[in-house]
Ligand binder design. Structure first.
Ligand code: BGC
Length: 603
């Protein structure tokens, strides 16, 4: 497959309604599925009606995750330490120096628990252990200790909604209708000789699978190998919270809560209203209204989980994966008393379907106004979405676009989540034949739907065989682009994407305005997303030219003195260290620039 085909295919995938899509969410579906160290006491925590945010309260109020740069590691694909072609925990530990040097503050590790690997770890058959292919509990403890030693926090992925069908709880549950575990899952009688209703699974046509022996159907929001737990049974919560404690005792700093909105289903099993598919993507939520609504019980679980995590002396972070229909739904996940999750995933930025300055600006303005100053996340890529570089770039401009996107993620008011490999410009690399496909979505959907393997290929460390990921043949093919796009080759090139990420992260770390300052959009240029980040002592101007034209953007309306200057702190076209006028920004096509404002009298 040519590079063009790969990209076209990745972009087609965004249009399929039930799988990975940045814009539509399988993700719509799975979907549902700093102090300004300079302490600025004049800043409050409200958002004004113009969409200008107030800065975060300062000093001791700033939590670690507000300053942090997060980095998602797809454990199978980061680094293989034992030569079996699959990444593992010791492999991650061996790359902590790299991560510390990159400047990340926390890693989120995808599931490494015992699992038949039908959904690559998101089908858990034991919640308090490590799958032998990823290592041992001892390896996990060492990883946490060494990460902490490098100042890196560890976030693990908690799969609450479902287990594997090989989990002992499910084996017991399906063994007979009388089993004490029967009610731990969602079992229903057949209706008219078929499934209890017409609910669809996110990964399969029906969300119900018949257990022939006990002659009842069980419910699964995802694969039939991932039966949903019945969270209305208090025993389920009790058992799962015990598992949570197990990991919290081992020192983890946060929990990413997989597929959180799918925890509860409508007890009346109401069928979904038929949806007119010609309406496009907007109605995806309607299709799953009863299956995946945020029922009041869902908030109850989150509140109790927060109480549990708050009972630890350190600040433990909860990050629900929540593809939701509206920003107001996202706001509800914080709780009226801020007693639910501290950092629900905000996928609205990733839902923007093209490099569109106006669309990104609208998402950020809406985030600022609807969340009313609450701290958000910004994320463009993960293990379920085609890589952002392909969704927003093309082969001619993609390295520029990679720097543009990095600048946006790392300068917005919210915690950025990076996805491994984006820092070297890794591209989505789809399987060429069905035999190469590993993700079951790709196997059942081939050839229209090629699955999520494309965004899960091994990390590109070196230009060598297997890209330095493993000494063995890796579980997924190494992308041809690994020869140029790898950590080793980019390390010495000051203009590389990797070194740009390092500079951008370093800048964020040293700038109170970029970490916790107010956000205010500059103008409404259709091709340029520009904004200010300010504290009482620092003003940073960010200009992101998302167009193929050179643009001159007036800055006069944002109150910067004409005789001032912008000291260029970061530039995708090598202008760092220079000064430019502060009454207008001149940006080359696809250029990103961050400048610190210096008043005339300071010069
Ligand atoms: C994970 C997916 C997984 C699904 C089912 C998601 O939200 O990110 O990779 O397939 O949950 O567990």
């Amino acid at each position: 497959m040519t590079t063009d085909e790969v990209r076209a295919s990745a972009s087609d995938r965004c249009c399929l309604d039930f799988r990975v899509a940045a814009r539509t969410p399988i993700y719509a579906l799975i979907a549902f599925i700093f102090a300004c160290l300079t302490a600025c006491t004049d800043l409050d925590n409200r958002v004004s009606s113009e969409g200008r945010s107030a800065a975060t309260p300062v000093g001791k109020e700033v939590a670690w995750w507000q300053r942090a740069v997060m980095y998602e590691i797809y454990v199978r694909s980061f680094k293989d330490s034992n030569g079996d072609g699959t990444g593992d925990l010791t492999g991650i530990a061996s790359r902590l120096d790299y991560l510390a040097n990159l400047g990340v503050d926390a890693i989120w590790i995808t599931p490494f628990y015992p699992s038949p690997q039908v959904d690559f770890g998101y089908d858990v058959s034991g919640y308090t252990d490590v799958d032998p292919q990823f290592g041992t509990l001892g390896d996990f403890d060492r990883l946490v200790e060494e990460a902490h030693g490098q100042g890196i926090k560890v976030i693990i992925d908690l799969v609450l909604n479902h287990t594997s069908d090989r989990h002992p709880w499910f084996l017991a549950s399906r063994s007979s209708r009388e089993s004490p575990y029967r009610d731990w899952y969602v079992w229903r009688d057949a209706v008219n000789g078929g499934p209890p209703n017409r609910w669809a699974s996110i990964f399969e046509p029906s969300a119900w699978t018949l257990d022939v022996k006990s002659d009842q159907y069980y419910y699964h929001a995802f694969y039939s190998a991932q039966p949903d737990l019945n969270w209305r049974n208090p025993a389920v919560e009790k058992a799962m919270f015990k598992c949570v404690r197990f990991w919290l005792e081992r020192g983890v700093d946060g929990l990413r809560l997989d597929a959180f909105p799918t925890l509860f289903e409508d007890p009346l099993l109401r069928d979904e209203e038929p949806v007119d598919s010609s309406d496009g993507d907007e109605r995806w939520y309607e299709r799953f209204r009863y299956q995946h609504s945020m029922f009041p019980e869902t908030y109850g679980v989150l509140r109790r989980l927060r109480q549990l995590s708050d009972s630890y002396a350190r600040q433990v972070l909860l990050i629900p994966e929540a593809y939701l229909p509206t920003m107001a739904d996202l706001a509800a996940l914080y709780g009226d008393q801020d007693d639910l999750a501290q950092l629900p995933f905000n996928f609205f930025l990733a839902n923007v379907d093209s490099l569109n300055a106006g669309a990104f600006r609208r998402v950020v303005s809406e985030t600022e106004s609807v969340l009313q100053g609450r701290w958000t996340t910004y994320v463009l890529g993960n293990h379920d979405l085609p890589r952002a570089i392909d969704r927003y770039g093309n082969p001619e401009n993609d390295l520029k676009v990679a720097k543009l996107l990095a600048t946006m993620l790392l300068t917005l008011r919210g915690t950025p989540f990076l996805y491994y490999g984006e820092e070297v410009g890794m591209v989505t690399t789809l399987p060429r034949t069905i035999d190469e496909v590993r993700d079951p979505i790709g196997r059942t959907g081939w050839p229209e739907e090629k699955g999520r393997d494309g965004e899960r290929t091994p990390m590109q460390w070196t230009p060598d065989l297997h890209s330095g990921f493993s000494s063995a043949n890796p579980w997924l093919r190494i992308p041809p682009s690994a020869i140029q796009r790898n950590v080793l080759s980019q390390g010495d090139d000051p203009h590389s994407v990797l070194n740009y990420y390092k500079r951008a992260i370093a800048l964020r770390r040293q700038s109170a305005a970029l970490q916790v300052g107010k956000y205010a959009p500059i103008g409404d240029h259709p091709g340029v997303f520009a904004y200010l980040r300010t504290t009482a002592r620092q003003t940073m101007v960010v200009g992101l030219n998302m167009s193929s034209e050179r643009v001159v953007l007036p800055l006069s309306q944002v109150g910067l003195e004409r005789e001032g200057k912008l000291h260029v702190s970061l530039s995708s076209s090598g202008r760092e260290g220079t000064s430019v006028a502060s009454h207008q920004l001149v940006l080359d096509p696809f250029e990103a620039l961050v400048g610190e404002y210096e008043r005339g009298q300071d010069l």
